[in-house]
Ligand binder design. Structure first.
Ligand code: WTA
Length: 635
């Protein structure tokens, strides 16, 4: 029996039990047999959830790029590592072999060094989904620089906040990006951001859209000529197991986005192991995850997990609707994709187009379908199963988070029987707990509550960059000695888990986590706005959409409300990005508040969700009268 590759349900249970009973020897064996180490560890796991301090494979030395690239060269040098599919299908795809990836990562790593980047320095990457994105991530890892990828849909203000928070010395970007029929001036966004970032010394610019852009002398450098001159030999920096590999920002309920810090060895072992099993990847498969590398899904399951297994991973630059809604299926057919991993929001958007766009394509190469990022509703699950999987490809509904680094609860395809809308069973090594509001663990089956994890797994984020206290408060304070996920979950009669959604003020819109506080802050900057509160409401494509209740300073405000709505959404686009725009804006004369002045979002959420008949007792509110007015004017 190979613990590395699980093929039967019985084997799953056996391996799972072993991973729980003897976690250290279990992970030690996986690490020992399947990875390349420059030095082995002194201890497998040290942990204390109260401080919290967690380390895996302490004392070990390695470089993750040796594991993701170099060690494959003798057996898979000519195999395609990255299969790049451009925005415009006429441009033609690119097959980047492991040999070529090795050369390109080494050259890029040497450019970083020449530009003064050293081990431990932070490098912000703000790129579209072009090969340079994956290559720059790996180049940072090659020399021990900590990458901080910022999704290229974020605004200049959001980018600046992230650059400053982790004190990045360099930004890697491109002259622009393609998004369907549109082009976006990425370099312009970077220039604007850098007006408020004194830490950045150098900007490397990849050419993508070939338009004239402004280059800031001394600071901005074209990437291509530097790469051309660079040597293709760059010895990997030998890293400690617990050296930071990257920072990735995620939204919290309140305040600044949190720079989650992932470290090297545990992250590598867990993403590789989960990739192999969750997708049942075998040597000649072509694997495609449609996420952007700007999110954790892209980090773990486009770059590190697949490459650590010597897989062929597709990188798609475009959007599902360009040139038409058949684009995904065109790519599946063209590259004979075996595993396809996407988000419920994409499935719902495609389902809305009907099946005409599917019928012209041969999808018979597909073996595994994946879903991630938000709960998948029953209708979308069945549509995916019937029309894309043709009822023969299992759907893995995988639950995890930026903070968890890798998949935590998910069926293993062809192993775990699936059940619509259920993430099913915990992954090997994962110990979930469902808690009630008083902090008691709900044992047994058929329980519902808050989802926690009781024991460390190798790829848990180790801290929040620059704010360990916040890490402790956010994840380890709600429940004693447990990691709190922020999600609700239920466990059914056979022990299957279903994620019921966020229990905090994070709203997931089209699979993107959005904190309400930064959006409210952006709205409140508008000179006409007195106060605002954001809640989520169900949306048939986005899953959830944003509903804003806004009170104006001058309630007799004579300005056109539609113009105000446009201005407010423009402010949100400028401060955060278009993903955070509000779908509905209701102007109100007040917001329901507790006697201590706290906005009662629970009531506002119910009204926005058309559940105003179950508001419960509102008599303790400071201003009960506004509730009826809000209900009467609900959009
Ligand atoms: C939600 C994405 C239900 C959840 C990898 C989680 C899900 C948040 C699922 C993390 C799923 C993710 N079913 N909900 N299969 N997957 N979520 O950090 O609320 O972008 O806490 O990581 O997405 O989002 P993040």
């Amino acid at each position: 029996m190979s613990n590395y590759h699980i093929k039967h349900l019985e084997e799953y249970y056996q391996v799972y039990r072993k991973s729980i009973r003897e976690p250290e020897s279990f992970w030690e064996e996986i690490a020992e047999e399947h990875f390349l180490w420059r030095k082995k560890w002194d201890s497998v796991l040290d942990w204390d959830f109260s401080t919290p301090e967690i380390s895996w494979f302490k004392g070990a030395k390695l470089n993750i790029t040796e594991n993701c690239i170099d060690r494959h060269l003798t057996t898979r040098g000519d195999k395609t590592a990255i299969l790049f599919e451009p925005n415009n299908p006429d441009e033609g795809s690119q097959h980047i072999s492991y040999n070529e990836l090795h050369i390109r990562v080494n050259k890029f790593a040497n450019v970083l060094k020449e530009q003064g980047i050293k081990k431990g320095d932070r490098v912000c990457i703000y790129l579209p989904m072009i090969p340079e994105l994956a290559i720059s991530v790996l180049a940072c890892a090659r020399i021990g620089a900590i990458h901080s990828v910022v999704f290229a849909g974020f605004s200049s203000t959001a980018l600046a906040t992230r650059i400053n928070d982790s004190d990045c010395k360099m930004v890697i970007t491109s002259d622009g990006s393609y998004r369907g029929a549109k082009t976006i001036d990425l370099k312009g966004i970077v220039d604007e951001a850098l007006e408020s970032c004194s830490c950045v010394e150098t900007v490397l610019v990849a050419k993508r859209i070939q338009t004239d852009i402004h280059m800031n002398m001394g600071r901005d450098k074209w990437l291509a000529p530097l790469l051309e001159k660079a040597s293709d030999d760059c010895a990997p920096e030998i890293m400690d197991a617990e050296d930071p590999l990257f920072i990735l920002y995620t939204s919290g309920s309140t305040g600044m986005p949190k720079g989650m810090v992932h470290t090297t060895a545990g992250y590598m072992v867990y993403t590789a192991y989960t990739f192999k099993n969750a997708f049942q990847y075998t040597e000649n498969d072509v694997y495609w995850c449609t996420a952007d590398i700007g999110w954790i899904t892209g980090h773990s399951y486009i770059v590190y997990g697949p490459l650590a297994n010597g897989a062929t991973t597709v990188m798609f630059e475009g959007v599902p609707s360009y040139p038409d809604y058949g684009r995904f299926w065109d790519i599946v057919q063209k590259h004979k994709v075996s595993q396809f991993y996407t988000a419920p929001t994409a499935i719902r958007a495609l389902a809305k187009q009907g099946t005409d766009f599917i019928e012209n394509y041969d999808l018979s190469s597909l073996k595994v379908l994946g879903s991630v990022g938000e709960p998948i509703n029953e209708e979308a699950w069945h549509w995916y199963n019937e029309n894309i999987g043709k009822r023969k490809s299992p759907i893995i509904d995988s639950w995890w988070q930026t903070e968890t680094g890798g998949i935590m609860i998910s069926p293993i395809p062809y192993v775990t029987p699936t059940k619509p809308t259920y993430a099913t069973l915990p992954f090997i090594g994962v110990q979930p707990a469902i808690m009630d509001e008083n902090g008691n663990e709900l044992k047994g089956n058929q329980v519902e509550g808050r989802l926690c994890i009781k024991f460390p797994w190798p790829s848990i984020a180790r801290t929040i960059w620059g704010n360990h206290q916040r890490y402790k408060e956010t994840y380890f304070s709600a429940f004693d000695n447990k990691y709190f996920t922020g999600d609700g979950a239920l466990r059914d009669e056979v022990g299957y888990y279903r994620i019921t959604g966020r229990v905090d003020d994070v709203i997931i819109v089209s699979g993107h986590n959005l904190g309400t506080a930064p959006i409210e802050d952006a709205i409140n900057e508008h000179p006409a706005v007195a106060e605002s509160a954001i809640v989520g409401f169900p949306h048939d494509i986005k899953g959830s959409a944003l509903y804003g209740y806004i009170t104006l300073k001058d309630t007799g405000e004579s300005r056109n409300h539609n113009n105000l709505r446009t201005e407010i959404n423009q402010l949100i686009t400028d401060r955060i990005g278009p993903i955070a725009k509000l779908d509905k804006i209701q102007f109100t004369n007040g917001l329901p508040k507790t006697r201590s002045g706290k906005i009662m979002r629970r009531i506002l959420r119910k009204i926005a969700c058309n559940e105003s008949d179950s508001l419960g007792d509102t008599s303790t509110l400071l201003n009960q009268e506004v509730v009826q007015e809000i209900i009467d004017n609900v959009l």
